[in-house]
Design a protein around this ligand. Structure first.
Ligand code: GRF
Length: 195
């Protein structure tokens, strides 16, 4: 059974989908902890499912490195097989990434390498593209530059705003994430085999 720690910043709807998937006894992964960089609304999902939560508030630390050192200590205590960044709106420093690579994955609401960064949905709309997408990647020390594990195209519809487009992307992100975690757990997908 693959043990998974999930890190979030926001509402955690993708986290919730993973929690629901992991309730199925046939699903080969379990969520063992959910952490956040702030008092994120999504922590309530973990609490509802009886999963331990922790917060390492970014604002309480003088630097990203000090924040990440504390986050790293928490993760060392939990010792998950896999870390899922599911809407964590912070860049992890290279030292933390190097320690866990390739066992940290991230979901992204665009078809990488198109539209990396914090505003993937907004940037796709601004570019006027006819289609964008959703991706699941291995985290490396760049911004959404790691190896792509799964991705799917999603059309941009006339009249789409950032929120409507994002709400159509998220269900695809969830499906891809649940499937990637399942395939990593069964050994069907080896994140280290993706250069
Ligand atoms: C997702 O689109 C994720 O890829 C992005 O932020 C969103 C998280 O949504 N970085 P939620 O918190 O799971 O609802």
């Amino acid at each position: 059974m693959l043990s998974v720690a999930v890190l979030i910043s926001g509402t955690g709807s993708n986290l919730r989908a993973l929690l629901e998937a992991a309730e199925d006894p046939g699903y080969p992964a379990r969520i063992v902890a959910v952490g956040a960089d702030r008092d994120a609304a999504g922590l309530a999902h973990a609490e509802e499912f009886g999963i331990p939560t922790f917060v390492v508030p970014f604002r309480d630390f003088a630097s990203r490195e000090e924040w990440a050192a504390e986050l790293g200590r928490r993760l060392d205590d939990i010792r998950p097989d896999l870390i899922v960044l599911s809407g964590l709106m912070r860049l992890l420093p290279a030292s933390l990434v190097a320690k866990w690579q390739p066992r940290i994955i991230n979901t992204h609401p665009a078809y990488l390498p198109e539209f990396p960064g914090a505003h993937g949905v907004r940037d796709a709309l601004a570019a006027g593209v006819e289609q964008t997408g959703a991706s699941v990647i291995v985290v490396d020390d760049g911004v959404d530059t790691g190896p792509i594990l799964a991705q799917e195209r999603i059309p941009v519809l006339p009249g789409d705003a950032e929120d409507t487009l994002h709400e159509r992307i998220k269900p695809v992100e969830r499906r891809l994430l649940i499937d990637v975690v399942r395939r990593i757990a069964t050994g069907e997908l080896d994140p280290s085999a993706h250069p």
